[in-house]
Design a protein around this ligand. Structure first.
Ligand code: B12
Length: 215
């Protein structure tokens, strides 16, 4: 596998939860020529390992916050490098994106927003803990995709609530509803009547691009 050393260095730096180590691991991977997409995916999977260590009491909230901070700094550097020819042609479509009400996890959501933007979509990122009426209002204003992130079993139910509110507002049929986040699955997506499930940002971007191209 290419960039094996860089990948394990990135992983070790992220789970150390030390921002300077994460930044220097990202710098070395970049100067070794590792593509930005791969660096972000490596950090993303390491972040899930941080979650497991947090769950097992090996890491505590301040560690997780610091790792999250390191990840955000990496995204600031890598965001512009994400490989896509975003300049070419008209926008593929408009996307409203946000983390649902009651949930402050936004790293995964932000990676999706960045990758969709780089792939040529016009992305309106509403942030985290987005009130349900805000999603409805934005869809009423006109968009092709509505993406909702949820990272907790206690908040993933809000994705269904938003869909119900879109139906009540009579705007459900005009928009493609996308769902994702660590606890979300294809089966859950089908169960709540959403249109697209993305296990990762790259899968989300590929599926949305195919839909936008009418594939
Ligand atoms: C980082 C983190 C935090 C950080 C968040 C920082 C930030 N700005 O986001 C902080 C420290 C603030 C935090 C707080 C809390 N957390 Co937390 N957190 C995590 C952790 C470790 C990593 C999440 C992450 O960023 N993963 C990396 C990203 C890249 O992955 P991702 O989000 O899954 O995103 C990818 C895909 O899912 C997909 N995707 C994501 N969103 C979307 C959206 C769409 C539309 C699509 C198509 C695809 C898609 O693409 C992304 C990129 O590839 C997880 C552990 C885990 N395994 O998830 C726990 C975890 C989610 N947290 C948890 C908990 C309980 C909390 C707290 C309640 C703790 C507390 N007592 O205060 C609070 C929540 C408060 C609230 N109201 O939300 C639990 C949830 C348990 C449950 N019920 O399900 C977890 C699972 C940890 C654990 N195992 O206990 N947390």
């Amino acid at each position: 596998m290419a960039f094996e050393n860089e990948s394990s260095m990135l992983h070790d730096a992220l789970v150390s939860c030390k921002v300077p180590e994460i930044q220097s691991a990202v710098e070395s991977a970049r100067s070794a020529g590792m593509p930005a997409n791969d660096i972000i995916n490596e950090l993303g999977s390491a972040m899930s390992d941080v979650g497991v260590m947090f769950e097992r009491g090996k890491l505590f909230l301040p560690h997780v916050l610091s790792a999250a901070n390191g990840m955000k700094k990496a995204m600031e550097v890598l965001g512009p490098e994400l490989s896509a020819d975003s300049g070419a042609g008209a926008a593929k479509g408009t996307v409203v994106m946000g983390t649902v009400e009651g949930d402050v996890h936004d790293i995964g959501k932000s990676i999706c927003s960045t990758m969709l933007q780089c792939a040529g979509f016009e992305v309106h990122d509403l942030g985290r803990d987005v009130p349900t009426p805000k999603f409805v209002e934005e869809v009423k204003g006109g968009c092709n995709f509505c993406g909702m992130s949820a990272l907790m079993t206690t908040t993933m139910t809000v994705q269904k609530t938003v869909i119900d509110e879109l139906v009540k507002a009579g705007v459900r049929d005009g928009v493609t509803v996308m769902v994702g986040g660590a606890p979300v699955t294809q089966a859950y997506c089908d169960k709540i009547g959403a249109d697209l499930y993305g296990e990762s940002a790259s899968e989300t971007t590929r599926k949305a691009s195919d839909l936008a191209a009418g594939a």
